[in-house]
Design a protein around this ligand. Structure first.
Ligand SMILES: NC(=O)c1ccc[n+]([C@@H]2O[C@H](COP(=O)([O-])OP(=O)(O)OC[C@H]3O[C@@H](n4cnc5c(N)ncnc54)[C@H](O)[C@@H]3O)[C@@H](O)[C@H]2O)c1
Length: 415
C-alpha cells in the first residue's frame, strides 16, 4: 500500500476518531496526534456529548483488542512547535490528515478572547504543520480539513477552490473568492492561503477538503461502548441535524433559526472517511494545492427540520417546528449551487440522507435520552452583540476558560 503511514491530527474528535479507525481497518499504519483540548472546552463550557465517550487510551486499547491493529498516540498541541515537530519527525508520516482545530463557529463568536484564540490556534497550528513538513517530512501529503462555510453564499455557482476569471481582456485561474460567516470560518480561509503559499515556495503538496456539515456514524465505531463516537447537540458545538434529533426525542420543538431558508452542504460521516482515504490515495504533484468540495447534498435548515419531523412522527413522536430569532448574521434566503464532482470522479459512492439514517440518529438519541440536557440546546452566542437576546455566553470582562491551566500544560508524550 502506498502512502501507508498516516498521522491523524485531531484524531480524538468526531471526524478524526472515525477516520483513524477507518484507515487502520484498511491496513494503514495510523498515528493519532491530539492535545485533547476539545474535552477541556466541553468541561469548561458545561456541555457534554450525548454519547458517553471513553478516554483516548481506552479507545485505542479497545481497538487493538478487537482488531489486533495498533494506533500510535501523540498527546501534543499543533500550535506548539516544540510538541508538533518531534512527533512528525518520529512518526515519519506519508500523509497527514489535519482535523486538529477549534471547529465551532459559535465558539469563535463568543467574545474577543474566543475569536483570537480560534484564529491564533488554528492558523498557528497549520503554519507549524507546514514548517514541520518542510523540515521533517517534505514528501508527505497534507490533507487539511477546511469547510464549505469558507465560500459563504455568493449569488453565483461555487467552484472547487478555483475559478477562471476574465478581466480586462485577460484570463487567469484564481482562488475562488471567500465570504466566510464567522471568525472560525475565517481561520480556515487564512489556513488555505498559507498552505497554498507553502506549496508554491517549498514544493509541498496538499489537499484542502472543504467539507460540509457532517452527520451520522461510521462503520468502525460500531456498537462497542469504548469505540463510541461523540454526538454534539449543544448550542456551542452541536450540529443542526443532531440538535433536531435530540429535540424530537425529548418533545422539544425543532428550533429553526430565522426563516430556515439557509442552505448548506452536508455529508454522512461514512463518506467523510471515504473521501479522506480517496484524497490520501490521490495526492497532487509537489508544489500543488488541490481543493475538493467534500459534501454530497445540500438542504435548507427548514427542509432538514421537516425531514426529521416526518420520520419522528412515523415513530409516534410529537415533533413541532418553531422558528426562533436567528443568533447569526446570515442570509435566510439565497442562491446556493456548489460543485462537488472531484471526489465523485475519484470513486466516492455517496450515502445520501435517507429516512433510515435519521431513524438511526433518533434511535441513538433515544438510547441516551437520560443524558439530554435541554439547557445546552439554546443558542446563547450572538453574532451581533446588543441584540435583544443580550450578552454573549462569557462576559467581556471575565476571564474565559479557554486554555487549560498552566499547571496542566501538555508535554509531548508518545506511547
Ligand atoms: N464536524 C463537522 O460538521 C465539520 C464540518 C466541516 C469541517 N469540519 C472540520 O473537520 C475538522 C474536525 O471536526 P470535528 O467535528 O471532528 O471536530 P472535533 O472538535 O470533534 O475534533 C477536533 C479535535 O482536534 C483536537 N484539537 C483541536 N485543536 C488542537 C490543537 N491545537 N492541537 C491538537 N489537537 C487539537 C481536539 O482536541 C479534538 O479532538 C475540523 O477542522 C473542522 O473544522 C468539521
Amino acid at each position: 500500500m502506498a502512502n501507508k503511514r498516516v498521522l491523524v491530527v485531531g484524531g480524538d474528535g468526531y471526524c478524526g476518531w472515525a477516520t483513524a479507525l477507518h484507515l487502520s481497518a484498511l491496513g494503514y499504519e495510523v498515528g493519532i496526534l491530539d492535545n485533547l483540548i476539545r474535552r477541556h472546552w466541553d468541561a469548561t463550557h458545561h456541555i457534554d456529548t450525548l454519547t458517553p465517550i471513553a478516554t483516548i487510551d481506552r479507545r485505542i486499547a479497545a481497538w487493538q483488542r478487537l482488531t489486533g491493529r495498533k494506533i500510535d498516540l501523540f498527546i501534543a498541541d499543533v500550535a506548539e512547535y516544540g510538541q508538533l515537530a518531534p512527533a512528525i519527525e518520529t512518526f515519519a508520516p506519508d500523509s497527514i490528515v489535519h482535523f486538529g482545530e477549534q471547529r465551532s463557529a459559535p465558539f469563535s463568536m463568543v467574545d474577543r478572547e474566543h475569536a483570537v484564540m480560534t484564529q491564533t490556534m488554528n492558523v498557528t497550528g497549520t503554519l507549524n504543520m507546514l514548517f514541520a513538513m518542510r523540515d521533517f517530512a517534505p514528501q508527505a501529503h497534507l490533507v487539511k480539513l477546511g469547510t464549505m462555510g469558507e465560500y459563504g453564499t455568493p449569488n453565483i455557482d461555487i467552484e472547487e477552490g478555483y475559478i477562471e476569471i476574465q478581466h480586462n481582456g485577460r484570463r487567469d485561474v484564481l482562488p475562488y473568492p471567500k465570504q466566510p460567516g464567522s471568525f472560525y470560518h475565517l481561520s480556515k480561509v487564512h489556513d488555505s492561503d498559507n498552505i497554498s503559499f507553502a506549496c508554491r515556495i517549498w514544493g509541498l503538496r496538499a489537499t484542502d477538503l472543504n467539507q460540509g456539515v457532517v452527520y451520522g456514524n461510521s462503520n468502525e465505531t460500531g456498537d462497542d461502548p469504548e469505540l463510541v463516537n461523540r454526538f454534539d447537540y449543544d448550542g456551542l458545538f452541536g450540529t443542526v441535524l443532531n440538535r433536531f434529533c435530540v429535540e424530537a426525542v425529548v418533545g422539544h420543538p425543532l428550533s429553526v433559526y430565522g426563516a430556515g431558508g439557509q442552505t448548506r452542504s452536508f455529508i454522512d460521516l461514512r463518506d467523510t472517511v471515504a473521501c479522506v482515504e480517496l484524497s490520501i490515495a490521490n495526492p497532487p504533484d509537489p508544489g500543488r494545492l488541490q481543493v475538493f468540495n467534500q459534501f454530497t447534498e445540500t438542504f435548507s435548515v427548514l427542509e432538514l427540520a421537516e425531514r426529521v419531523q416526518r420520520v419522528a412522527t412515523q415513530r409516534g413522536l410529537t415533533a413541532t417546528i418553531e422558528h426562533r430569532e436567528n443568533p447569526r448574521v446570515e442570509r435566510e434566503a439565497h442562491y446556493y449551487n456548489a460543485k462537488n464532482t472531484s471526489l465523485l470522479a475519484l470513486g466516492l459512492q455517496p450515502h445520501l440522507l435517507e429516512d433510515a439514517t435519521i431513524a438511526a440518529m433518533l434511535d441513538l438519541a433515544e438510547l441516551h435520552r437520560d443524558r439530554v440536557d435541554l439547557a445546552q440546546i439554546d443558542p446563547n452566542v450572538q453574532w451581533a452583540p446588543g441584540t435583544s437576546r443580550g450578552r454573549n455566553a462569557s462576559s467581556a470582562h471575565a476571564p474565559s476558560p479557554i486554555l487549560p491551566p498552566a499547571s496542566a500544560s501538555l508535554t509531548p508524550l508518545r506511547r
